[in-house]
Design a protein around this ligand. Structure first.
Ligand code: MOS
Length: 736
């Protein structure tokens, strides 16, 4: 099904199952420990041996020699694979850096060997006996230093990069009576997902099956096949349950490659869970940014000029953190400049982490908006409302398909009690706490992705959906069951959803908050086909059929749905594809985040007190699951504001705090009351589901809302994330 025109009325609009707060159908499996994760495939691989990954101990250089003799002779050892043993491997399409290093080393903790043994402990002990002699080379690990000479991105292949300009920024900025020019920095972030990268690899002849933890089955399958130099038809990837990914599991990673190589070498299934202390440096991370923002406005607060220039770094051949995305679209203003610089760094590979681009971009832009509002003497809500735009500011004849940012801000302000905020900072005390409120807009683009599914009606009337879509803790099982139930007119309990297997049709996968809308649209497309097949089997001529309560009704005739399968199962397969509506219209999601914090007047520690998000993101398929996405993302936003930072050792080129003891993320005790409100919407330009996504919207803006609340509490502006206590302790208001 190709989606080329705005959606008309369709069966989803009934919203008898879709749009309701359904419980997660995978919930009981997860809470009883019966949902098998990648490392727990005991039935499929009862005799699996254990793999231990050795990571490089230098950031750049080469391995002069490796002595494996002692390790090979250690108890229980079945085999060791290094680059020398592995032979020629290719780099995956989605990998910037190869996943098995040696003799050249590209980054610290790049995998250089897998030790396979009968037990986990034996593999670990033997790995300690491997002797490696390195030749360390000089690398660039200092972003600030590297950005001094870093080129602009955005040029054509092989050509110099360029700025994006509309109007004349410099002259409009210098003529503006009120100006802001400030630089904001965000550190490197780690996905730090609960379930580590984990894989079990099984070879049968030249066919490879890998049980793994991955967000994008087709990408992973293709890249595993490419890496190993085999046809992708010979690779099966299975990932029906994923314990968090946040973008870290969008791509093939070392666990799957090393498990496959290990299993081949020892002739047995091999299971690998990447050791926690390896994860931060071995895998990808969200790159640090340095962002300069300039805003010029009239005295009454109309933005005349806005510039956002961001710099980040990556391995050679990598990409920038696209932190200027939202600044192209969020606020009005005739004179605009955005640009990105990309430095070459020899730190681990930078890549997507939840809301790549907008998450760190909004952390900067939405502090800048707060600072500008203060300069103007305007309320920060009113300043944002004044500069709303209903068209793409760079291409004014392009409208947003839907844009209720103003309503999100105004309704949020009212619900949160924003009028209680004292615009003058450091005025509100509650015992030892300096109390402040902050606001930020939320913004994240919506992406269309092709997505396929297969739907089968069985004799017993049950409907089975198969798609390689993943559920990374988001609720994919549930919203897909809701979609099929709504389309086929059966209860959710009559739908079986099978996910995360490369034997199933290729879906959008889970990423970029595109998963829910696109994967369900693919299921919708397959269900439309199945409805046609049902109609034909049951001998209906009319196209106007009603599927409800297990019956198919047309004219004055009503037949049980299951009768269509009495002669055998009926199967239909299709995928959703898209025309150019996303070019004609700008498809985006919006929201407003409100935060109240207390800053300890004596210690400088910040504690959250209240959070509210109001969102407008198209049809909300399952308000309960969507709320969970929001509160999870808001929690992550608090982490990015107050805690999260991969500390770079600029001498040796690695992230120092590479475990969950050193890399701090919020825990339950850090997070107070969170409220989430969804405005009623249905975006007919997005897809037949009229849905977009919220999984990343929930994060975009939160960091700045926290930072703005901290400023309102203390009167000390911090532009360097995370907002740890030492950054304002010496400037806090004097304690009487
Ligand atoms: Mo998301 S960073 O695209 O999984």
């Amino acid at each position: 099904m190709k989606f080329t025109e705005p959606a008309g009325t369709n069966p989803i609009d009934r919203m008898t199952v879709v749009g309701r707060p359904q419980d997660r159908i995978d919930g009981p499996r997860k809470t009883t420990g019966t949902a098998p994760y990648a490392y727990e495939r005991h039935a499929e691989a009862p005799d699996a041996a254990y793999g231990w990954i050795i990571g490089a101990a230098i950031a750049k250089g080469r391995i002069r020699s490796m002595n494996l003799d002692d390790a090979r002779g250690a108890p229980g050892v079945l085999g060791i694979v290094t680059a020398a043993e592995a032979g020629k491997l290719n780099k995956g399409n989605f990998n910037t850096v190869k996943l098995l290093g040696g003799p050249e080393i590209d980054h610290y903790h790049q995998a250089i060997a897998i030790v396979v043994a009968e037990t986990f402990e034996q593999a670990r002990a033997a790995a300690g006996l491997v002797q490696i002699d390195y030749e360390r080379a000089k690398g660039q690990f200092d972003l600030d230093e590297a950005l001094k000479t870093a080129p602009l991105t955005g040029g054509e292949e092989g050509k110099p990069g360029k700025e994006d300009r509309t109007g004349s920024f410099e002259s409009a900025f210098s003529a503006a009576p009120v100006q802001l020019d400030a630089t904001y920095t965000t550190p490197d972030h780690s996905h730090a997902m609960m379930e580590p990268f984990a894989s079990i690899a099984i070879w049968k002849g030249d066919e490879l099956t890998v049980w793994t933890s991955n967000q994008m089955i087709a990408w992973g399958r293709g890249d595993l096949a490419k890496t190993l130099g085999m046809p992708k038809e010979k690779v099966r990837l299975v990932s029906p349950y994923v314990g968090g990914g946040f973008g870290g599991k969008l791509f093939l990673r070392a666990d799957a490659v090393m498990a496959a190589l290990g299993a081949k070498a020892v002739g047995r299934p091999v299971k690998v869970a990447m050791q926690r202390p390896l994860m931060a440096n071995n895998s990808t991370h969200r790159p640090a940014t340095s962002q300069r923002i300039r805003i010029g406005a009239t005295k009454d607060g109309a933005i005349q000029a806005i510039a956002h220039e961001s710099g980040s770094g990556d391995q050679p051949g990598g990409g920038p953190e696209t932190a200027v995305n939202q600044t192209k679209l969020l606020y009005a203003g005739p004179n605009r400049l955005t640009s990105m610089r990309l430095a070459v760094l020899n730190l681990p590979e930078g890549n997507a982490m939840r809301a790549p681009g907008e998450a760190p971009g909004m952390m900067a832009l939405e502090i800048a908006m707060d600072e500008m509002a203060e300069k103007l003497g305007m309320d920060p809500v009113a300043f944002r409302v004044k500069n709303d735009t209903q068209v793409d500011p760079e291409k004014p004849d392009r409208q947003f398909s839907q844009r209720q940012l103003v309503r999100c801000l105004e309704e949020g302000a009212q619900r949160f009690g924003w009028n209680q905020r004292n615009a003058k900072p450091a005025q509100t005390r509650d015992g030892r706490w300096l109390v402040g409120m902050g606001v930020a807009a939320a913004f994240r683009n919506h992406m269309n992705m092709k997505s396929g599914a297969r739907v089968t009606l069985n004799k017993d009337g049950r409907v089975v959906v198969e798609t390689d879509m993943t559920d990374i803790g988001t609720g994919s099982y549930t919203i897909i069951a809701q979609t099929a139930a709504e389309m086929m007119g059966v209860p959710m309990s009559a739908v079986d959803v099978r996910l995360g297997d490369s034997d199933y049709p290729v879906s959008a996968g889970s990423g970029g908050q595109f998963g829910a809308a696109n994967a369900t649209a693919g299921v919708y497309a397959a269900c439309v086909k199945l409805r046609e097949a049902v109609a034909q089997r049951l001998g209906f001529n009319s196209a106007e059929l009603n599927f409800a309560d297990g019956q198919v009704t047309g004219g004055n005739r009503s037949v049980a749905l299951r009768d269509a399968a009495s002669a055998g199962p009926l199967t239909a397969e299709d995928r959703i594809e898209f025309g150019t509506l996303d070019k004609t219209y700008q498809l985006s999601t919006f929201g407003a985040h409100f935060v109240e914090v207390g800053v300890d007047a004596y210690t400088g520690v910040t504690r959250l007190r209240r959070m509210l998000a109001v969102c407008a993101a198209g049809r909300i398929l399952n308000p309960k699951a969507a709320r969970s996405q929001m509160i999870g993302a808001m929690t992550m936003g608090v982490g990015s504001a107050l805690m999260e930072e991969l500390a770079v050792d600029k001498r040796f080129g690695f992230f120092v705090n590479h475990d969950l003891a050193g890399y701090e993320v919020p825990v339950h005790a850090d997070i107070p009351h969170q409220e989430v409100v969804f405005l009623e919407e249905a975006d007919d330009k997005a897809n037949p589901m009229k849905a977009k996504g919220v999984g990343e919207l929930g994060l975009c803006g939160v960091g700045a809302a926290v930072a703005n609340a901290v400023y309102n509490a203390t009167g000390v502006r911090i532009r360097d994330y995370p907002l740890t206590l030492e950054k304002h302790l010496d400037r806090l208001p004097t304690i009487a």
